[in-house]
Design a protein around this ligand. Structure first.
Ligand SMILES: [Zn+2]
Length: 193
């Protein structure tokens, strides 16, 4: 972590370590992605949104992912760009989801990531006061048009110039990321040799 509480690539980390994160979960592929990660023994953090936890079924999915051993992080209730709303609304976006997550998995989330990486001074302080860690990322490509398909995404995630010591990899609950995930994990494992 750096001095304002962000996670950042760790310069002196074991170069074999990267952090895997899946945002905008649980949409349609989170369970399958969790199974892939577990099968390949890759820990990860799933950053969830409250609007994906409206129903009992959706909440069960989050519980299941947590029970499989993954961390559940807060990614705001409505995937709200925090820079576009009042402090009061930012507070609601973060704390309302914290409460739901706690109800579902029995503990408060330890990590927060702002939608679009759009942090505000207010949210940073709130997150810190709540005892959570604010997270950014080193690289992610699955939201860019050129990488919304399996092969291109596998290739870039394994060979990105930003892949370095302790890199923080951003991925999403998306069809093409789900398809590319086994290849990404295998590719990263090979790089560890
Ligand atoms: Zn997001």
């Amino acid at each position: 972590m750096n001095d304002v509480g962000y996670f950042k690539p760790i310069d002196d980390a074991n170069p074999k370590v990267v952090l895997l994160t899946i945002d905008d979960a649980p949409d349609e592929h989170a369970i399958e992605m969790a199974k892939t990660l577990k099968e390949l023994k890759a820990p990860a953090i799933f950053f969830v949104n409250g609007h994906f936890m409206d129903t009992k079924e959706e909440r069960k999915v989050v519980k299941q992912i947590h029970d499989m051993g993954f961390h559940i992080g807060n990614h705001t209730y409505n995937h709200q760009n925090l820079r576009e709303v009042s402090n009061k609304q930012q507070k609601k976006e973060i704390l309302k989801l914290n409460k739901i997550i706690e109800e579902v998995i029995g503990e408060k989330p330890k990590f927060f990531r702002a939608p679009h990486g759009a942090n505000t001074d207010y949210a940073e302080k709130l997150v810190k006061d709540e005892g959570m860690l604010l997270m950014n990322w080193s690289y992610g490509y699955d939201f860019m048009a050129d990488y919304m398909e399996k092969e291109a995404l596998e290739e870039i995630m394994v060979n990105a110039p930003q892949l370095g010591k302790g890199a923080n990899l951003l991925m999403h609950d998306r069809e093409w990321t789900n398809a590319a995930l086994p290849g990404i994990l295998e590719g990263l494992k090979e790089k560890r040799l």
